[in-house]
Design a protein around this ligand. Structure first.
Ligand code: ADP
Ligand code: MG
Length: 318
């Protein structure tokens, strides 16, 4: 039986223009779960990871708005909250989708920590914008009082930026592996996992950072020894010349060397397509069989290597 790690993009939970009500998120997750359940029906072992950008953004707003009444939580705890919230909705929707197919398979969410290196250069150069936009006065106050880093974001206002370090290890992977080998469906590593560092005595501590969810998914897939990593998003694949639609070239089957060359030519936007491309290449270099970047509607074809941008180990053995 093949093990597939599926990384869900933001569109699996929220569509553009939606506010993010519970109803919005459940409606989208129901559709997403129908698609994923059909993979389970076909006999794949499924591990699900997901993004959490809008959800953690909203939690940060709630924190901010209520900070005179309830203590503000640091980002790692906000990350855990978002994993729990999305995990609950997804595990319920998955169970229901499986029940419609008369499949009685347990589904569980694992709150997941991802180890990062305290000396990762990202910590001295925070780049990842999080949460809502604020005024300059607001930003200056946060910089003064909390030592946070804020930047002016292309005329739209001020936004907090946090480090985006590389994932080194998925702390909960042995639990995830045990459940997957049992035939259970696991939701984990949401938002790339909660970033934690290890001190010199081996103890873990949460940090204020954000791990890229695509890179977190790759680390999980590699540590589980999964056969396939399928990164699902809102476009059909990675493209060349993406910003000039008239000259866009959608990439299908490709080798790591070719993709790496296109990456260094700047074809893939940092923070959106570049981390997916990077994750796909790492998965193959780490011994995975197939890595695909595809649209959520094409998940079945993607898993079979018939849609999206596909990297195969067999084509990259040179
Ligand atoms: P997700 O939530 O799925 O991670 P992202 O917005 O982070 O979604 O990444 C997907 C987006 O990447 C696409 O909607 C597209 O606008 C953008 N993108 C940037 N460069 C490219 C490219 N070269 N090919 C395809 N999409 C690209
Ligand atoms: Mg993304």
């Amino acid at each position: 039986m093949e093990t597939v790690v599926v990384a869900l993009g933001g569109n699996a939970i929220l569509q553009k223009g939606e506010k993010g009500t519970a109803e919005d998120q459940l409606r989208n997750l129901e559709k997403t779960s129908e698609r994923l359940a059909s993979l389970v029906e076909k006999g794949y072992r499924l591990v699900i990871t997901h993004g959490n950008g809008p959800q953690i953004g909203n939690i940060l707003i709630q924190n901010e708005a209520a900070k005179n009444k309830v203590p503000e939580m640091p980002m790692d705890i906000c990350g855990a909250q978002s994993q729990g919230m999305i995990g609950y909705m997804l595990q319920m929707c998955m169970r229901n989708a499986l029940k419609r197919r008369n499949l009685n398979i347990p589904v569980a969410t694992i709150i997941t920590q991802t180890l990062v290196d305290a000396d990762d250069p990202a910590f001295s150069n925070p780049t990842k914008p999080v949460g809502p936009f604020f005024t300059e006065e607001w930003a200056q106050e946060r910089i003064r009082s909390y030592g946070e880093k804020w930047i002016e974001d292309s005329g739209r206002g001020w936004r907090r930026v946090v480090p985006s370090p590389q994932p080194i290890s998925i702390i909960e992977w042995p639990s995830i592996k045990t459940l997957v080998e049992e035939g259970q469906i696991v939701i984990s590593t949401g938002g790339g996992g909660i970033p934690v560092v290890q001190d010199k005595d081996g103890f873990l501590h949460g940090v204020e950072a954000v791990i890229d969810k695509d890179l977190g998914a790759e680390k999980l897939a590699t540590m589980l020894g999964a056969d396939k990593l399928v990164i699902l998003t809102d476009v059909e694949s990675a493209a060349l010349n993406y910003s000039t639609p008239g000259h866009r070239i959608w990439l299908n089957e490709i080798t790591v060397d070719e993709l790496s060359e296109f990456l260094s030519q700047g074809h893939f936007l940092p923070g959106s397509m570049a981390p997916k491309v990077e994750a796909a290449m790492r998965f193959i270099q780490n011994g995975g069989e197939l890595a695909v970047i595809a649209s959520l509607d094409k998940v079945e074809e993607a898993v079979q290597g018939r849609a999206g941008t596909r990297l195969k180990r067999s084509l990259s053995d040179s």
